[in-house]
Ligand binder design. Structure first.
Ligand code: GCB
Length: 592
């Protein structure tokens, strides 16, 4: 799905700002048709933002159910005769939207965009009321899964992932206009052949019968380097400047629909020309071995929760550059599109993940309250869940397929993967992902409970991605035995002959806690823990990357294992460095 743009033929209007907002735990709004009038008893709510931390009130913070958002906007009068589209960059975890009294769309899944043609209701020059009901309930058929249960004190929600279930309108909302005849999708696949780059393109259009398509590729200085006619084709770029890690060089592909010589629609796509390949145990970008350094991150910050924020985006990328990180994983859901655009420009490499996290009741078992559920069963994660998961993969690939920064699709984080049911669940999802995008390696993130020899899902992956906590959740405080056991397991994985990326290793650390004898939770222990891991990685050739868990401390639900959230950050939640930051910087900025 193409992002809204301002081009010679297109215009967009941001609907960000302060909206009216009302919680609806009883679900009365749907039967009382709250969209039909200005929201009663509404309070102010910023968009984009998670609503949870905006108001100092537990009923907002811990709300389970519907939440209503409403705003009014005047449709630009210059849009007469245009096709007008209403687009939500995300609504977590699902939403239904009305324009005036008409329902225009519903969407399942909290981290990908959705839109509707609202031309019929959006009269240029007139005001329209936009109402969205956003629901944050997790079920066994949502991605991520969870369940809601009743208590005498009200409804509660249980989920198996380790971050707070922030909800609301986390990203921008747009009204935009395109011509009736318009470009509806563009796909590019790039290649390198010596000093020549190739850009295979495919353009989809709507209403363009009798029109023609023209594409023009310009370099970073705006000089045209290639052009072609037709909806599909391949452009050749002599003396190509490839996109590469640390060198986010982008060309600009302008796609035009022409009626004779008149440009009817115009869309512009940044294109980075690069290749990605798995060869043996190597991960190659532009045919050169690439070693991932960086983090698993979260979209998470004080007050705004999971909302996209340009200031944090740029700050985080500056910190990543400072520390020598060349990559990150969008743990554990697709991030805002602004993040990928910026990663393209900065030459930062992304492992792009779906929101399929916490599909593992074993992880939350025992004292965490797994409550005896089996992960895969007709009553829990089942065929219907898999269809929702498949749709999440389709939407992820459709949204992010053109980003040079995205080099791996991660279809799940730490699902149960040591049972035949898990194998049967995942095999078709790997096939689907490869069918949607044959150009990028596909993987999933393996959990410690499914070590080498037990995991039945890693056989389908191009790249092995492992989360391991030797020295933290096991061998706690005992880095010597942790090192020995970790090395033994990693050497076993290396026999699979695939590249291995350690997608998580980390130790909770309270900033400011220091111990002379290195102890868990101290800054010294985090440093020693990372150093131990690095000795293990450096002794196994198949390891092609290390991403520390986590870039920064982040919010979780309360729990006896969490002190004001997860403290495995190398930076605090407000981005102050712990001692480990300086150690990582030493390792990652000295050339390997
Ligand atoms: C994991 C999960 C991550 C958690 C982390 C932890 O394995 O993938 O979401 O936050 O462990 O800190 O326990």
């Amino acid at each position: 799905m193409l992002r809204p743009q301002d081009t010679p033929t297109r215009e967009r209007k941001s609907l960000n700002g302060i909206w009216s907002f009302r919680l609806d735990a009883e679900g009365a709004g749907r039967s009382e048709r709250w969209w039909n009038a200005p929201l009663d008893a509404a309070r102010a709510m910023p968009v984009p933002a998670s609503y949870n931390d905006i108001v100092p009130d537990a009923t907002v913070h811990d709300h389970v159910g519907d939440a209503w958002y409403q705003t009014s906007v005047r449709v630009p009068r210059g849009w007469a005769g245009q096709r007008i589209v209403l687009r939500f960059d995300s609504a977590t975890h699902r939403a239904t939207v009305w324009v005036g009294e008409t329902e225009v769309m519903s969407h399942e899944g909290g981290y990908t965009p959705f839109e509707a043609d609202v031309t019929a209701f959006a009269i240029p020059g007139e005001e329209i009321r936009i109402t969205a009901v956003v629901n944050n309930e997790l079920t066994w058929q949502s991605v991520p899964p969870g369940f809601v249960y009743d208590t005498p004190e009200g409804r509660r929600q249980q989920y198996y992932h380790d971050f707070f279930n922030y909800a609301g309108l986390h990203r921008s909302v747009w009204l935009y206009a395109t011509p009736d005849v318009h470009v509806s999708d563009v796909t590019v696949v790039t290649g390198l052949d010596g000093s020549t780059g190739t850009v295979a393109y495919a353009v989809e259009t709507v209403g363009a019968e009798g029109s023609s398509v023209r594409v023009r590729l310009a370099d970073g200085d705006g000089t045209q380097v290639a052009a072609a006619s037709g909806a599909t084709g391949t452009l050749a770029v002599a003396d190509v400047h490839p996109w590469a890690p640390g060198d986010g060089y982008l060309y600009d592909l302008v796609v035009e629909v022409l009626d004779d010589d008149t440009v009817v629609d115009s869309y512009s796509l940044p294109v980075g020309i690069r290749t990605v390949e798995v060869r043996g145990t190597q991960f190659l970008i532009n045919s050169r071995p690439f070693y991932f350094t960086g983090f698993g991150k979260h979209e998470d910050a004080a007050v705004r929760g999971k909302a996209h924020d340009d200031a944090l985006l740029v700050h985080d990328f500056e910190l990543m550059e400072w520390i020598g990180a060349n990559s990150f994983r969008t743990s554990h859901y697709p991030y805002a599109e602004e993040v990928y655009d910026y990663a393209d420009r900065r030459g930062i490499v992304i492992i792009d993940e779906t929101a399929a996290v916490g599909m593992n009741t074993g992880l939350a078992g025992g004292i965490f309250g797994g409550q005896g559920y089996t992960t895969f069963s007709p009553d829990t994660v089942n065929d219907a869940t898999r269809e929702v998961h498949a749709q999440a993969i389709r939407e992820l690939v459709a949204r992010d397929k053109n980003h040079p920064s995205v080099v791996i699709w991660s279809i799940a984080n730490e699902p149960e993967s040591d049972t035949p049911a898990a194998r049967d669940y995942f095999e078709p999802l790997f096939a689907l992902t490869r069918e949607l995008d044959p150009t990028r390696p596909v993987g999933f993130v393996n959990v410690m409970l499914a070590p080498h020899g037990k995991c039945l899902v890693s056989q389908f992956a191009d790249v092995l991605m492992l989360n391991r906590y030797y020295g933290w959740y096991v061998n706690t405080g005992e880095l010597d035995s942790a090192e020995r056991e970790w090395r033994t397991e990693l050497e076993a994985w290396a026999t699979d002959g695939k590249p291995i990326i350690i997608t998580e290793y980390g130790a909770d650390t309270m900033a400011g806690v220091h111990t002379v004898v290195s102890q868990p939770w101290s800054e010294e222990y985090q440093v020693d823990y990372l150093a131990m891991n690095h000795r293990v990685f450096d002794s196994v050739d198949a390891v092609v990357g290390e991403q520390v868990w986590n870039f920064a401390d982040f919010a979780t639900k309360p729990g006896v294992f969490r002190v004001d959230g997860n403290k495995k950050g190398v930076f605090t939640r407000d981005r102050r460095p712990k001692s480990a930051a300086f150690e990582l910087r030493r390792r990652w900025t000295t050339s390997r």
